[in-house]
Design a protein around this ligand. Structure first.
Ligand SMILES: [Zn+2]
Length: 335
């Protein structure tokens, strides 16, 4: 196997690490609450194929701020992406041999109507991924791997641009798009943000894993940012996205070398938009590291930091593919 092909194939696998486990067990542990949780409603809310956009309002510096949970379609991958103990080098083979797919899982995008301008966190998938030749620009090996090991369900109406239109949010209202990392299910919606400043952690952009420039618009030139040192507790480094420093890009390495999350510090509680730190909250709680990680040790360190921070601060934890993330946001259910 040529080196270039191998890099592409392992990259594809890395991008596919977008899958939750135990989708329906998120609420089995004890929960602190930002607001009162109505347990009786949870069962009816767990349905992933078509979740309507959900909106909540939080107080931020005394001002009401709307946050939207937007589902840009869904994805299923092999179950061995969820969790396995195989050494990383052999994981691609294990996944290829796995005959079982997961349930379809949501691909969340988060939209914050911040007083300084709308912030969009990640961009989700676009419907072109449904075309059989979508992955062909990646070369035969990577394209075949992708077709075999991923299933997407994305319509034109699921795309972030379409859904922002339904919310009445035009691009001139958007201050920033912020990317947690550069896997396609987080970047394929970039096409809808041509004249918007897109923020990516500098190291993630310089040293990505599983990023395919062939699938991003040729005008994609993000603003790369560096963390400020000793900026905050627990995570130490952070980049303030807003002037009011209530919205922070913070390092949550592991899934990719320099994966980042977005922490929103509201008057009520903190909210962590966690990208692919893990696939669901249960994995974090049980220290179940997903099957595919660029760095398993870094993921464990990130888990510990998130749990330490949430012990000291009421915090809602929202991975990008957790079927219950939208519910936890709307009901303000903290970790
Ligand atoms: Zn990812």
């Amino acid at each position: 196997m040529q080196r270039r092909q191998f890099i592409k194939s392992t990259g594809i696998i890395s991008l596919a690490s977008i899958v939750p486990i135990n989708l329906f067990s998120q609420f089995s542990h004890s929960l602190d609450e930002c607001n009162q949780l109505d347990i009786s409603n949870i069962g009816s809310l767990i349905s992933i194929n078509k979740l309507e956009t959900q909106t909540t309002t939080v107080k931020c510096n005394g001002t009401n701020v709307k946050i939207h949970a937007v589902q840009t379609g869904s994805v299923a991958v092999k179950k061995s992406h969820l969790t396995n103990r195989t050494i990383r080098f052999l994981t691609p083979l294990k996944i290829s041999l796995d005959k079982h797919f997961t349930e379809f899982m949501p691909i969340w995008v988060w939209v914050i109507e911040h007083p300084e301008g709308v912030i969009v966190i990640d961009t989700g998938e676009n419907s072109n991924v449904m075309n059989p030749d979508y992955f062909d620009p990646l070369g035969k090996l990577a394209a075949n791997y992708s077709k075999k090991n991923f299933r997407f369900n994305v319509t034109k109406e699921d795309e972030i641009g379409f859904q922002l239109g339904k919310l009445g949010i035009s691009n001139d209202r958007i201050k920033n798009v912020v990317l947690t990392h550069l896997h396609i299910d987080h970047t394929d919606g970039i096409k809808d943000f041509k004249n918007v400043e897109i923020i990516v952690n500098d190291q993630e952009f310089k040293r990505p894993s599983g990023h395919f420039p062939e699938l991003t618009p040729n005008w994609f030139k993000p603003r790369t940012v560096q963390y400020k040192k000793d900026f905050m507790e627990t995570f130490a480094e952070a980049f303030p996205i807003t002037k009011s420093e209530d919205l922070l890009l913070i390092p949550t390495n592991g899934h990719t070398r320099n994966h980042a999350s977005v922490l929103f510090k509201t008057d009520e509680c903190d909210i962590l938009f966690a990208g692919d730190v893990c696939y669901n909250q249960e994995q974090l709680i049980t220290n179940d590291v997903p099957g595919i990680n660029i760095n398993r040790k870094e993921t464990i360190k990130t888990y510990e930091k998130i749990k330490t921070y949430s012990n000291n601060n009421k915090m809602i934890f929202l991975p990008s593919h957790d079927v219950n993330s939208g519910t936890r946001l709307i009901k303000k259910i903290t970790l």
